[in-house]
Design a protein around this ligand. Structure first.
Ligand SMILES: Nc1ncnc2c1ncn2[C@@H]1O[C@H](COP(=O)(O)OP(=O)(O)OP(=O)(O)O)[C@@H](O)[C@H]1O
Ligand SMILES: [Mg+2]
Length: 376
């Protein structure tokens, strides 16, 4: 599967754009603030219905406009597909597949998986647990349609419960019990899936870090749940309920839910040491890359197709050896989109790629990639 072309209207700094892609390697070159990342963002939206950087969808509608749209033409083994996402200020977005409006945005998840690599990945290692939970959840959501329902129900219940706790009104305690059960049930389902996927990630991340460091570093990605894990889901749910019971006083005093998977973390250990505390800057960066590579491997396996690789400004940060490693990895995989400010950033990549120059919201093809008769 690959994206054969992309159309944008009133998206970010693009008034309108139509661009055809190479099935394998596409490079976007341009100065800062010209619209390179915006293209990757549009592709990511077609994959996951959400941006990897905008907090709200509205941000992506071009300044001064009320609506914008992203449309991708996909080439699949089974045939062509058109995915269109319409963004409207003050309204929810709409998903249209092959001209038919879809009831659920989530029907898109996993159909065209994508992984973004960006310099911000370093925060996966250095930042707070929320970013690691998001990394884990985004991975699972693309592979497992059922996960979204549990995650959403969990988050909804948590919100209700927290607002009740915040009011600190008389009788709160009795009302809390109504929310405990769904919190525990959906919480247990979320935890079970996170545990399962984290274990797979450990294998892939270990392999990736060994490749990146010539075997010098052992990586362990550990699921670190806030409530001690238990493999039987029903018993796990009971364990959450028990923990909620024990934390009742604290929760009433603090006005917030302190038990449950919204406080989970992923522990990252390199050669037996916590990467966040003891890793050098370079080790942390490499660890973050390994995490993303693991996501790529896991999604390839779980979605039965090669994910799109969106490589935003990362090449320049890699030394030659790692650039070569990545190119090799990209060539084995699906379609890739790379951005950079200078052709030197991808000395090694530029030979076999379709190259575009991005300037003030316009994209011009400057070099054709290799013929690819072998590509679907
Ligand atoms: N909603 C919007 N409407 C119009 N322009 C926008 C909107 N959101 C962002 N922009 C503009 O888009 C421009 C290009 O953004 P983008 O992040 O794609 O740049 P870039 O080419 O990746 O630059 P860099 O090399 O610095 O990463 C920015 O100057 C920004 O002001
Ligand atoms: Mg950018």
């Amino acid at each position: 599967m690959h994206v054969s072309s992309l159309r944008l209207s009133h998206f970010r700094n693009y008034e309108s754009l139509e661009v055809g892609f190479h099935p394998q390697l596409n490079l976007f070159l341009g100065s800062n603030a010209q619209g390179k990342t915006n293209i990757l963002e549009a592709l990511y939206c077609l994959s996951t219905t959400r941006s990897f950087r905008a907090a709200v969808d509205e941000e992506m509608v071009r300044f001064g406009q009320e609506e914008g749209a992203i449309e991708g033409h996909l080439h699949r083994e089974e045939g062509q597909e058109t995915i269109r996402l319409e963004l409207r200020k003050g309204k929810s977005k709409a998903l249209i597949v092959n001209g038919k409006k879809q009831k659920k945005l989530s029907s898109l998840l996993g159909r065209m998986p994508a992984v973004v690599f960006s310099p911000d990945d370093l925060f996966l290692v250095k930042g707070g647990p929320g970013l690691r939970r998001r990394y884990l959840d985004v991975t699972i959501l693309q592979m497992d349609q059922g996960y979204l329902a549990h995650l959403q129900q969990y988050e909804r219940t948590l919100k209700q419960r927290n607002s009740l706790l915040r009011q600190r009104a008389p009788g709160t305690e009795g009302q809390l019990a109504v929310w405990d059960l769904p919190l525990a049930r959906h919480g247990a389902a979320v935890m079970a899936k996170r545990k399962q996927v984290a274990e797979h990630l450990t294998d892939f991340a270990g392999e990736a870090l060994r490749d990146l460091t010539g075997g010098a570093e052992e990586f362990e990605v550990r699921y670190e749940p806030q409530v001690a894990f238990e493999p039987k889901e029903e018993a796990l749910s009971q364990r959450i309920l028990d923990a909620l019971g024990k934390a009742r006083r604290e929760e009433m005093a603090r006005g917030v839910t302190v038990v449950g998977p919204h406080r989970d973390d992923l522990g990252l250990w390199v050669n037996g040491q916590p990467l966040r505390k003891f890793g050098s800057q370079g080790q942390q960066r490499t660890g973050a890359l390994a995490l993303k590579l693991a996501q790529l491997s896991l999604l390839s396996e779980g979605c039965h197709t090669n994910p799109l690789v969106l490589f935003d400004d990362v090449m320049a940060e890699l030394d030659e050896k790692r650039q070569a490693f990545f190119l090799n990895r990209l060539q084995q995989g699906g379609q890739a989109f790379l951005t950079g400010t200078s052709a030197n950033d991808f000395a090694a990549a530029s030979k076999g790629a379709r190259i575009f120059r991005v300037e003030a919201g316009a994209v011009k093809r400057v070099q054709e990639g290799p013929p690819c008769a072998d590509v679907q």
